[in-house]
Design a protein. Structure first.
Length: 256
């Protein structure tokens, strides 16, 4: 099985080399770093230097600064067209590379959807981040029916079969809310029985909404404990407000 690790990079010159040195000590996967116009030259140079020395390291360059969510989605699109079988998503400065071993074990067991859970592990995020995460998880549980203890983490893994079942054109998020939306969409891929009942109907979209919970989701998921260090990326009120508006749009589109 071929496994790909995807990681978006912005202005990471202070931590990226340490991250690379740590992640390459773990075998069994290749690494795709995703960069765009927001990524500064210092970070780009470090990535280029490492990619020439290590064939496991690849770089996906996106034109223009299209936002964090777009970087993740472009990484998933690249993965879906590649010859890799499973993808793992992680951040540079907040996730622990040692926890990749737990993901690798779960993948070998045949798990197609794996979520990291900071509440099961060691969460060293700030009080502000922890409060925002808990509120986001609570809203996702109440308004989206997302029954997870940590709905905002970005440490997760999906099989190619799962990723190819997604319609990336329907994603709404442009910010860190992409983590919650990704979980909602992979856990609401209609089961095969629901799709079969929709065959021949004029309005398949409405049919999917009606039937998708009838026989449960198509895929089961696993949760594993992860450790989290407080990210250096700041969360300002503008980001929080825009994410809240995007969350409401997701609720309106998918639950009503």
């Amino acid at each position: 099985m071929k496994i790909l690790l995807i990681t978006p990079c912005g202005k990471e010159e202070g931590v990226i080399q340490k991250h690379i040195d740590s992640v390459v000590t773990i075998d069994g996967f290749d690494i795709l770093f995703i960069v765009d116009d927001f990524t500064n030259e210092e970070t780009n140079k470090i990535l280029r230097d490492n990619s020439t020395k290590n064939k496991r390291i690849k770089i996906l360059s996106i034109k223009n600064n299209t936002g964090l969510a777009a970087c993740y989605l472009e990484g998933y699109k690249w993965f879906s067209k590649s010859d890799y079988d499973q993808v793992i998503e992680m951040d540079v400065d907040s996730h622990k590379c040692e926890d990749l071993k737990l993901f690798m074990e779960k993948i070998k067991e045949g798990n197609k959807i794996i979520f990291g859970n900071r509440n099961l592990g060691n969460n060293n995020s700030s009080i502000k981040r922890r409060a925002i995460s808990r509120m986001g998880t609570m809203f996702a549980k109440i308004l989206l029916g997302l029954n997870l203890d940590d709905a905002t983490t970005g440490f997760q893994s999906f099989s190619k079969e799962v990723v190819r079942s997604l319609d990336f054109d329907k994603f709404i998020s442009t910010s860190f809310l992409i983590q919650t939306e990704m979980k909602y969409r992979v856990l609401n891929i209609p089961c095969k029985e629901a799709l079969e009942e929709c065959q021949g109907l004029v309005s398949k979209i409405s049919c999917y909404k009606f039937f998708k919970f009838k026989n449960g989701p198509r895929y089961e998921y696993s949760e594993i404990p992860i450790r989290y260090e407080n990210s250096k990326t700041s969360l300002n009120y503008k980001m929080i407000f825009s994410s809240f508006i995007e969350f409401l749009l997701i609720v309106l589109e998918n639950r009503f």
